[in-house]
Design a protein around this ligand. Structure first.
Ligand SMILES: Cc1cc2nc3c(=O)[nH]c(=O)nc-3n(C[C@H](O)[C@H](O)[C@H](O)COP(=O)(O)OP(=O)(O)OC[C@H]3O[C@@H](n4cnc5c(N)ncnc54)[C@H](O)[C@@H]3O)c2cc1C
Length: 496
């Protein structure tokens, strides 16, 4: 479609999380004329998955996530997903740097900090894998500064808390990327949306729940929205709708009735953290340390021990422990899963269940874990962890996509997927991971897909905002220069 440059061009976004925030700013910077309304059912911005305590805050860059670099039966390690994620995160940093240089917002330390990204493994087999992975990755300019060590003295320097009171002969190893980051996606969403609101570029309506979406004969969308404070409903019209409703997106997409929405199902996975905010413990750890997923465990349940900066306070978060809940949103209803079942997705959902028995077993095992069981997993990382210093906290809810294949079977997917109508007038974001870190890349793909007729003009503007966009010369030199610039602007203390 083409978003016309007129005063009555209207875009509606459902949900005030990082995805709507990113798209709203991008569209506004390309065409300030476009009228944007964001409807958010809660009475706050980013109180679902984008809230800092609901996600892990990792600026996913492929540095530490061992599930992004699988090894095949011949011993070859595929680093494609790590490279793609790292390039996507570079785009995010370029976009945020552009906004700061433009004066749109300041104080990057409110949402991003340097925190080394590390992978940790135990035992001969996994140490061999990690070393091989490191040898492979450091050849690539995105990962050339990655370090490896299996020497306890070096490990004590990197992760003193984890190494405390360990036997000298314990076989273990780590990789270390000083360039890693911790990102508060909640603070970032606030800054992006509130600045647009203050500039009067966006009309934000909180406590407004979108109940229905219908296509009108005139080609526009009619959105039925309920004001949860007054209990009154009204309809508004839009030229383009973005369903950025997180776990609520699947049902709204289905209500839109577009052909492309058929056959999708959702599988909810809940999460829990163990959190420590004792300053004497917190100050002994400064890294995000990712382990390896247990057999049958979903990739997003890889345990990690993270330094986090939330509301001006440094904390340690360990987890997430996965589990099953029938809710699609943390503030959702227990009936969400049942209500998502339709004639065209019931078979794919059942077949995905049958083909993922090990995942189901794993999730049941996680659900029945009590605090002591969780402390046992934590003690694999931090042997001296004491119960009284760690409290349990519920994390955000993820809805993994189940997609129908050509034989009608359901495939469980762990990534994200943008589903758009053929005419490009409506688009929804489904799925969770790597999610917020790659919001800029996801929205670039959405813009290309939906606004193909605006692209000749917009492409030039997008390249000003994000220099690596459509750039075929992303070599070692480009990466070095881009990282020096973004680290300086974002006040990160490491650039290479
Ligand atoms: C445990 C966990 C750990 C994670 N860790 C990371 C990580 O380390 N790094 C990373 O990059 N990503 C991570 N993610 C993923 C990341 O949190 C998400 O990809 C991202 O926050 C999604 O943003 P969003 O804007 O799509 O959704 P959300 O932030 O969930 O926003 C959706 C909004 O839509 C609103 N809404 C829903 N239905 C309606 C309706 N009908 N009407 C109006 N409003 C509605 C909701 O209230 C909500 O505010 C993690 C997620 C989880 C759950």
């Amino acid at each position: 479609m083409k978003l016309e440059n007129t005063d009555d061009t209207h875009v509606v976004m459902i949900g005030a999380g990082i995805m709507s925030a990113t798209l709203a700013v991008m569209l506004n910077k390309m065409n300030p004329q476009i009228k944007i309304t964001i409807f958010e059912k809660l009475d706050a911005i980013s109180a679902e998955s984008s809230d800092p305590l609901n996600n892990a805050g990792t600026g996913h860059s492929g540095f530490c996530e061992l599930n992004y670099t699988p090894e095949d039966e011949n011993g070859n390690i595929d680093i494609t997903k790590a490279v793609d994620t790292a390039l996507a995160f570079e785009k995010s940093k370029e976009f945020w740097s552009f906004l700061i240089e433009l004066g749109f917002f300041n104080s990057p330390e409110k949402f991003i900090r340097s925190v080394p990204h590390m992978s940790i493994v135990w035992g001969e087999d996994d140490v061999r894998f990690l070393k091989k992975r490191w040898n492979e990755m450091k050849q690539h300019p995105l990962f050339s500064s990655m370090e490896f060590s299996d020497d306890h003295e070096k490990l004590r320097e990197w992760i003193p808390l984890i190494m405390k009171d360990r036997k000298e002969d314990e076989v273990m190893a780590c990789t270390h990327m000083a360039l890693g980051t911790d990102v508060n996606y909640g603070a970032l969403s606030h800054m992006l949306i509130l600045n647009l609101v203050m500039e009067e570029s966006v009309d934000l309506q909180i406590a407004h729940k979108v109940k229905d979406i219908k296509k009108l004969q005139n080609g526009k969308w009619s959105i039925k929205v309920k004001n949860l404070t007054t209990d009154k409903s009204r309809t508004v019209q839009a030229d383009f709708v973005f369903i950025g409703a997180g776990g609520g997106a699947l049902r709204l997409l289905d209500k839109s009735g577009i052909e492309e929405s058929k056959g999708f199902g959702g599988f909810p996975v809940s999460g829990q953290w163990l959190i420590c905010d004792k300053p004497e413990i917190v100050k002994q750890h400064h890294a995000k340390v990712y382990g390896k997923a247990k057999i049958g465990a979903p990739p997003m349940s890889v345990p990690h021990m993270d330094s986090r900066f939330i509301d001006g306070q440094e904390k340690l978060l360990f987890g997430p422990y996965a589990g099953f809940s029938t809710k699609f949103l943390k503030h959702g209803s227990r009936l969400d899963f049942a209500k998502s079942l339709e004639f065209d997705n019931i078979m794919p959902i059942l077949s995905a269940g049958i083909h993922n028995i090990s995942l189901t077993k794993y999730l049941i095992g996680e659900v029945v874990k009590n605090k002591e069981d969780k402390m046992k997993t934590l003690r694999e990382f931090f042997p001296n962890a004491k119960d009284e210093n760690w409290k349990e906290e519920v994390a955000g809810q993820r809805v993994q996509i189940i997609k129908k294949d050509e034989n009608g079977k359901g495939i469980l997917q762990f990534g994200t997927e943008v589903v758009s109508s053929k005419d490009g007038t409506i688009s929804a974001l489904l799925g969770a991971s790597p999610g917020a870190s790659t919001a800029v890349k996801i929205m670039l793909d959405l813009i290309e897909k939906c606004f193909s007729e605006n692209m000749p003009e917009w492409e030039i503007k997008l390249r000003e905002m994000i220099p690596s966009y459509k750039n075929n010369n992303i070599d070692a030199d480009y990466i070095r220069h881009s990282r020096i610039r973004t680290s300086a602007v974002l006040k990160l203390n490491v650039s290479e």
